[in-house]
Design a protein around this ligand. Structure first.
Ligand code: ZN
Length: 175
């Protein structure tokens, strides 16, 4: 699936839990992180096809990545479980929505067995567009009711401005 869809899936789910801003960012990063292996494209098509859905899309990587996020978090046990689950969610989303050509080498480097499901759909499909739009709608609800955006840590000033914009009507009613 698309990177932004993965990112928002992590951020939205992170908002269901009592976490701090940095931990919510970690959730978003965990949900998108496996796609770092697509950076092989910098070195050419061959590297891309060889390593995308291999290096970052496996159980070993998800365990290590979840442990790394946990180390830098305040709520350690919660973040370990949540990041691990979000990394698995990335695999599930990819199994369905990355196109019929892609498989996932989930047991790499211990086994080269490739996993796929027969009912997957193309990357550019209505299913993926719908998933992206639903996550954007969820994000808007969080901005409105939980009063924060995915930018809360990286651009706090812009985060505040967006929250204020979405709650303008509400604030006016209160005055
Ligand atoms: Zn992926």
């Amino acid at each position: 699936m698309h990177l932004q869809t993965h990112f928002l899936s992590g951020w939205c789910i992170g908002n269901l839990f009592q976490l701090n801003g940095r931990e919510r960012l970690f959730c978003a990063l965990a949900a998108a992180l496996p796609d770092f292996d697509g950076l092989g494209i910098i070195f050419g098509q061959e590297m891309y096809w060889r390593f995308h859905h291999v290096l970052g899309h496996n159980l070993l990587f998800t365990v290590l990545a979840a442990a790394a996020f946990c180390c830098f978090s305040e709520h350690k046990a919660k973040m370990l479980c949540l990041c691990f689950a979000l990394l698995q969610l990335h695999m599930v989303m990819d199994l369905f929505g990355s196109g019929t050509l892609w498989t996932i080498s989930y047991l790499w480097p211990f086994s080269n067995r490739e996993f796929s499901i027969p009912c997957s759909w193309e990357l550019y499909s209505w299913q993926n567009i719908l998933a992206g739009m639903l996550l954007i709608a969820w994000t808007v609800l969080i901005i409105k009711y939980q009063r924060r955006t995915p930018l809360e840590i990286v651009m706090p000033k812009l985060d505040r401005q967006i929250v204020e914009l979405f709650n303008k009507g509400k604030n006016n009613e209160q005055h």
